[in-house]
Design a protein around this ligand. Structure first.
Ligand SMILES: NC(=O)c1ccc[n+]([C@@H]2O[C@H](COP(=O)([O-])OP(=O)(O)OC[C@H]3O[C@@H](n4cnc5c(N)ncnc54)[C@H](O)[C@@H]3O)[C@@H](O)[C@H]2O)c1
Length: 386
């Protein structure tokens, strides 16, 4: 028997019942739904990760759509329950959707939405922050100050790595990886090496143009290289940031063997998904290589860290906050709500999920479309002509 869960209700007489499994930032997303005849029910249960049983209880007998979170297991059980309750729409409040069995959703005719285009810069900025924090040992130094250990300037105190002129390596140069690469190249004049299954043409053009600009200013130009293997990036880069999707090709991409070929003083940053790194192997590597440093936003068994990681001075760890800027989180909530609303209303799917600015403009009504439905093709949904 599923346990009852506490909810907050908006527009109780709305025709369509839409559930959000968590309170989400901002209120625009609620207004957009209630203005279109939706009754919005927000789960206010004081429990960070809802179980499948909790969500079944929320769905109940009649539910038109659900906005869910990346911590939830959206598979056969939930999609069949949603379909039985008359629901045809689900959206993750996230760009990644490795927690969703898209095939199961498609089988039950449920559209699966995600929220690309609004997290890119915010997530890349956290990856850049972690790169700097690790390079300049900011967390260690902060702890040292607060512990009252500072008794005067010393030549050896918290010596870290200079980024200028070094090489930044990006694995997965998609939206976020490319934005991060640009920040590190432009901000710190680092050279770029990247590995992706596809060529990042726009990124290459940017680095070329920036290199020419620096040269014309009498400065050392920056360079780029597309590596033919991930190993090439690991061997050559001084700072490596991971930005691929999580699937079976990227699970434990960073393991004992790949760590072994990295430079002893390299910096590794992960703002993608925890299981991209074999965290047990990483802890061992951190123990054996004190000058190797990591910045981690995500963990293999969230919310837990593998034993020993929390004790490592050469690790900076933050609790999965890469997309946590106000603008981004409110935008994610808006896009997720509009994905669900669009499917309920029978709207077409937006033709370019990377260009979603029109949905985020608070001063005008959003287009009558679902911003991003990942199984649109499989469901035969029409693309918007707007
Ligand atoms: N930590 C966070 O809060 C947070 C926030 C946003 C996104 N993310 C994660 O970041 C991921 C990337 O987001 P995005 O918007 O840049 O996605 P994207 O699809 O634009 O980019 C992913 C890139 O990874 C590449 N890729 C796939 N398999 C690969 C492999 N085996 N080796 C190398 N590259 C490979 C793809 O070709 C693509 O270019 C998301 O899937 C999500 O899991 C995390």
């Amino acid at each position: 028997m599923a346990t009852p869960v506490s909810i907050e209700v908006w527009n109780p007489n709305g025709k369509y019942r839409v559930i959000s499994t968590k309170p989400m930032p901002g209120t625009r997303w609620i207004r957009l739904l209630t203005d279109q005849d939706c009754r919005v029910e927000i789960c206010t249960q004081k429990k960070t990760i809802l179980s499948v049983e909790d969500i079944l209880s929320l769905i109940g007998d009649k539910c038109d759509g659900v906005i869910g979170q990346l911590t939830e297991d959206w598979g056969e059980v939930l999609f069949s329950a949603l379909s039985r309750a008359g629901g045809k729409a689900f959206s993750n409040m996230a760009v990644g959707y490795n927690n969703v069995d898209v095939n199961a959703a498609t089988k039950y005719g449920v559209a699966v939405g995600n929220t690309p285009g609004v997290l890119t810069e915010t997530t890349a900025e956290l990856a850049a922050s972690l790169s700097l924090a690790a390079a300049r040992r900011i967390v260690e130094a902060d702890e040292f100050m607060r512990a009252g250990l500072y008794d005067g300037w010393l030549p050896h105190l918290f010596v870290g790595n200079l980024l200028k002129g070094q090489t930044v390596g990006v694995i997965g140069a998609g939206r976020i990886g490319s934005a991060y690469a640009r920040m590190m190249v432009e901000g710190f004049k680092m050279n770029l090496i990247y590995y992706d299954l596809y060529q990042a043409t726009r990124l290459e053009k940017f680095v070329t143009a920036y290199g020419e600009f620096l040269k014309s200013n009498g400065e050392q130009p920056v360079t780029w290289k597309r590596a033919s293997s991930m190993q090439e990036v690991l061997r050559e880069a001084d700072v490596i940031s991971l930005h691929p999707i999580l699937d079976k090709t990227t699970y434990h991409l960073i393991n004992k063997d790949s760590l072994a070929i990295m430079k002893k003083e390299a910096i590794l940053v992960n703002c993608s998904r925890g299981p991209v790194i074999d965290e047990v192997a990483l802890v061992e590597h951190l123990k054996e290589n004190p000058m190797f440093r990591v910045g981690l936003d995500v963990f293999e068994d969230e919310p837990y860290m593998k034993p020993g990681l929390a004790d490592m001075k050469n690790a900076v760890v933050v609790p999965h906050i890469a997309s946590a800027s106000k603008w981004t989180r409110e935008g994610m909530a808006t896009l997720a709500a509009l994905n669900v609303l669009g499917k309920i209303k029978g709207y077409p799917v937006w033709s370019n999920p990377n260009q979603v600015e029109q949905f985020l403009n608070e001063n005008s009504p959003p287009p009558a479309a679902s911003p991003s439905i990942v199984n649109a093709k499989a469901l035969g949904l029409t693309a918007s002509k707007l």
